[in-house]
Every structure is written in structure tokens, then in C-alpha cells.
Design a protein around this ligand. Structure first.
Ligand code: NAP
Length: 255
């Protein structure tokens, strides 16, 4: 049985990495999927196009070139989903960027860029989607927070600030829209092997050793580990879960 039949999902940053895996998994579960990203092709050469995966699953799909920091573009992406598929049921706020600097070394423009994409983008997409989600019988918002939205780490002050904001925006929106039965949850991944950290994984053995030491499970995560949880949070199975931040981190935050 497909768990997302007759659902329309919009996944930001869905062309690469975790978003690509989530969009593909939603398609395999029967959803129509709108991918809203600044790029259509995946970031890494060895990643498969999300649209090839969606075609393979016989899922309906649409690409809308969208920068989540652009309020007009975000509104147009939601409108595209509604005009193409007749409504919107699931929003995944996945688009995100990462830089690694301690606070005093962070270029202010990079602080602004991170908070703009990760936090303001999540806010703008939610703001645009919620009026449509209120009309859905199966409304779900899934935000991508991070272990660094729960605890400090990674020498990444701006990223931690942005993801801490995403975690608490999740909690507050869950309260604001509980009466509307819109489930609002977040996923807090640990180290997941994507383009976001490939340079560190390939060029910084001491950082990899540190990440391994902090990940009790004997491997890093794959995008599909996160996608499986996103499918659960998008499905009816999670109807009584709201305002939660689910860690998918191999035990990082259990310590
Ligand atoms: P990724 O592989 O870099 O993919 C992110 C996708 O989002 C890319 O296609 C990227 O395009 C796109 N994007 C970037 N800025 C955007 C914008 N302003 N508007 C629309 N799309 C934009 O990253 P990922 O590792 O899958 O991360 C997905 C989410 O999970 C992020 O929120 C990230 O912070 C979070 N997360 C990741 C990890 C991890 O270990 N990978 C851990 C915890 C949390 P460009 O490449 O062209 O910018």
C-alpha cells in the first residue's frame, strides 16, 4: 500500500542530497511532487536526478526554479503546486546551506546568507503554504533542522543559530496550527553523506575522525535514512505527533 496516495508535496532543495531522497521516496509512496530548488540537476556528479527517480516511480512531478529567500518566488512555487495538482498537503522545508566558522570569524554576509536560507526560507515557505494547507485534510509541515539545532557543535555559529531557530519555529507553528490539524514537525539529522559535507569528508581526516567519534552508530547517515522518517511524518501514521524534533543522528544527541 502506498502511504501518500492523492497527496501533493512540495520539497524545497529537492534536487540534491536529502531533499532528492525525500522527494523520490514521496513519489514512490504515491504523492505528486513539486521540487522547488535553485537548481534542477543534483549537486554531485554521482547523484541521480530526482526527476529520473520520480519517473521511474510513475509519480507526477514538477520542477519550479525557486530561491527560498525570495518571497515572490516562494509564493509562485506554492501557486504552481496548486494550479498543477489542485492543492497542497505536504511542505518539506529542506533547502539549506552550511558554512563552518566560529562566531568571531564569521563574515557577516555569510551569517546573513545562512539565516536567510535556513531560517527565513523556512518561515517564508511556511507562510506561503499554510493558507493552502488549511484546506487540506492531510496537512503536514516537515522542517529540516539538525543536530546543531538541538546542541552546539561543528564550529558553525551561524548554522547553529539558524537551525536552533528552525527547531523553535517548528514548535511554535505546531501550536499555532494544531486547531487546523496541520502537523508541524522537524527532523534533526546527524552527519548525512551529501554535497553539504563532501569537502570535509574528502579533505579533512581529523574532522571526519571527530564526527565518527561523536556518532555512536558505526557509520554516517545516508539521505535515505532521513527520507524514511520524512515519509512517516508525511503519512497518516504520524497524525498525533506535532511540535516534535526527531533526531536521525546515529545517537549523536543521546550523549
Ligand atoms: P545539499 O546536498 O547541499 O542539497 C541542498 C539543496 O538545496 C541543493 O540542491 C541546493 O542547491 C539547494 N538550495 C540551496 N540554497 C537554496 C535556496 N536558497 N533555495 C532553494 N534551494 C536551495 O544539502 P543536504 O545535505 O541534502 O541538506 C538538506 C537539509 O538538511 C539542509 O537544510 C541541511 O542543513 C540539513 N542537514 C543536513 C545534514 C547533513 O549532514 N547533510 C545534517 C543536518 C541537517 P545549490 O547546491 O545550488 O545551493
Amino acid at each position: 500500500m502506498q502511504r501518500l496516495n492523492d497527496r501533493v508535496a512540495l520539497v524545497t532543495g529537492g534536487s540534491s542530497g536529502i531533499g532528492n531522497a525525500i522527494a523520490a521516496a514521496f513519489g514512490r509512496e504515491g504523492a505528486d511532487v513539486v521540487v522547488a530548488d535553485v537548481r534542477r540537476e543534483p549537486k554531485l556528479d554521482d547523484e541521480r536526478s530526482v526527476f529520473d527517480k520520480l519517473d521511474e516511480a510513475d509519480a507526477e512531478s514538477l520542477f519550479v526554479e525557486t530561491d527560498v529567500t525570495d518571497e515572490t518566488a516562494v509564493r509562485e512555487a506554492v501557486e504552481a503546486a496548486v494550479s498543477e495538482y489542485g492543492g497542497l498537503d505536504i511542505l518539506v522545508n529542506n533547502a539549506g546551506i552550511y558554512y563552518q566558522y566560529e562566531a568571531h570569524e564569521t563574515p557577516t554576509e555569510e551569517y546573513d546568507a545562512i539565516t536567510n536560507v535556513n531560517l527565513r526560507g523556512t518561515f517564508l515557505c511556511s507562510k506561503a503554504a499554510i493558507p493552502e494547507l488549511k484546506d487540506s485534510e492531510n496537512a503536514k509541515i516537515i522542517n529540516l533542522s539538525s543536530i546543531f539545532g538541538l546542541v552546539g557543535g561543528g564550529s558553525s555559529a551561524a548554522y547553529c543559530a539558524s537551525k536552533g531557530g528552525v527547531s523553535n519555529l517548528t514548535r511554535q507553528m505546531s501550536l499555532d496550527y494544531a486547531d487546523d490539524e496541520i502537523n508541524v514537525n522537524a527532523i534533526a539529522p546527524g552527519i548525512i553523506k551529501t554535497a553539504q559535507n563532501v569537502e570535509w569528508r574528502e579533505n579533512n581526516p581529523e574532522i571526519v575522525a571527530d564526527w565518527e567519534a561523536k556518532t555512536p552508530w558505526p557509520r554516517f547517515g545516508e539521505p535515505e535514512d532521513v527520507a524514511a522518517v520524512a515519509v512517516f511524518l508525511a503519512s497518516d501514521e504520524s497524525d498525533f505527533i506535532t511540535g516534535d524534533i526527531l533526531s536521525v543522528d546515529g545517537g549523536w544527541t543521546a550523549q
